[in-house]
Ligand binder design. Structure first.
Ligand SMILES: Cc1ncc(COP(=O)(O)O)c(C=O)c1O
Length: 395
């Protein structure tokens, strides 16, 4: 048996990959043996604002000193204020927010609401996707994490990836086969995160939106990874002219400082629940510490200095990725804002990056880069130079 008294996620416990953290400092993690690692994936795509941002901490501390916990039905000024600020930042004042404690729960509630509203059961989803580790979210998930959690009744049907030239035609055929009157919604990561930074173009979104309208299916956008500035705009959907019915948020919503999530639902959905019971709820619904951290995040993302830095580092990121593209073992680079995938001819072990002072996600034949959005230009250049060197040495 491994010596730890708790499980390590998504791993065989014996010999599972771990590392000892001594402290955190902005965009760096400091290990027990004194290694200072640039966090190049914002831990798990949630530490958008580094690991101890003073604005988030300030709001959370103030909350602890006033209302540290509350009933799910409790109303206090901070809850209303922060929610209006979120709606404003999303440009979606017409809808309503349901709060959760993380991404999977957000997706879970999105699926429940879509099926409840439409009185239909089937959900369409991509194969190349991850939507969370609760049962419903895992059924919707298409990657390997889905495999041992499929339910006997099949209520998710896969649609083609947006890079398939016949994606829309094939999607229509699938809808016609399943029957539009059976399909509640399509769930899509606006821009995939851990599964390789793949995304559709405007024509794909237009086609998908038209199918949703024609067959009365809801469009659920999973923005858990790409929300709160990750892709260079406040939200991924802002890159496209698209009108989702439900938007799933988590991770960056509190910069990872406290487990939290939210889903936005359209005015039509909100209207439905005026006279129908919303059969969704959580003990820690709209937890004051989550609300406070979100308020801190919303203060950061509207700050001019943050926005100017984001514009600068986005450009540095692109320039450095151009250099990485020239390496012999690099097959392709896909990037949107501060989220990039580098496809490689062969895998490069995570520990090689570690030794060079980098913490990042190394997958089979691919690395994913998602630096904190508050990283400065010099730090990013240093970290990206180290990425370049590791890949060059692996050539
Ligand atoms: C796109 C997407 N949706 C949902 C989730 C689930 O979020 P959580 O791990 O907070 O439950 C993740 C987590 O990585 C994700 O990447």
């Amino acid at each position: 048996m491994s010596t730890l008294p708790y499980y390590i996620s998504w791993a065989k416990q014996k010999g599972a990959d771990t590392f000892n953290i001594k402290s955190v400092d902005g965009v760096k993690v400091i290990t027990d043996d004194g290694l200072e690692l640039f966090d190049m994936t914002s831990i798990s795509y949630q530490a958008h604002f580094g690991q101890n941002h003073p604005t988030i901490i300030k709001h959370m501390k103030a909350q602890l000193d006033s209302i540290p916990m509350s009933s799910p039905k409790g109303i206090y000024p901070g809850k209303n204020e922060a929610t209006y600020e979120l709606l404003q930042y999303m440009g979606k004042l017409e809808g309503k927010i349901f709060y959760t404690t993380g991404g999977a729960e957000t997706v879970e509630n999105a699926l429940k609401i879509a099926r409840d509203i439409t009185k239909k059961k089937v959900i369409l989803a991509r194969k190349n996707s991850y939507h969370g580790a609760t049962q419903g979210a895992l059924v919707a998930t298409g990657d390997w994490r889905h495999d041992s959690h499929q339910l006997p009744e099949d209520w998710v049907v896969r649609i083609p990836e947006p890079n398939d030239p016949d994606a829309l035609k094939k999607t229509r055929e699938i809808i016609e086969k399943v029957g539009g009157n059976n399909i509640a919604a399509i769930i899509i990561e606006t821009i995939t995160g851990g599964n390789g930074v793949y995304y559709g173009d405007q024509a794909w979104w237009d086609g998908l939106s038209a199918l949703c309208k024609e067959f009365k299916m809801l469009l659920i956008m999973d923005e858990v990874v790409c929300g709160f500035g990750r892709t260079g705009k406040p939200f991924g959907y802002m890159h496209y002219n698209v009108h989702p019915d439900i938007i799933c948020l988590a991770k960056g919503i509190t910069g990872g400082m406290v487990p939290f999530g939210a889903l936005w639902t359209s005015a039509a959905i909100a209207e439905h629940y005026e006279e129908n019971i919303l059969s969704c709820g959580l003990t820690n619904y709209a937890h004051p510490l989550g609300m406070a951290a979100m308020k801190g995040v919303l203060e950061i993302v509207k700050d001019q200095k943050f926005l100017e830095n984001l514009t600068t580092v986005e450009k540095v990121f692109l320039d450095e990725l151009e250099k990485i593209k020239t390496l012999k073992n690099v097959k392709a680079v896909r990037v949107k804002g501060m989220l990039a995938a580098v496809d490689l001819t062969s895998s490069v072990e995570g520990k090689k990056f570690f030794k060079k002072g980098l913490y990042l996600v190394s997958q089979t034949n691919r690395i994913i880069l998602a630096p904190p959005l508050i990283i400065n230009a010099n730090e990013l250049k240093t970290a990206m130079k180290a990425v370049f060197e590791v890949l060059q040495d692996a050539n």
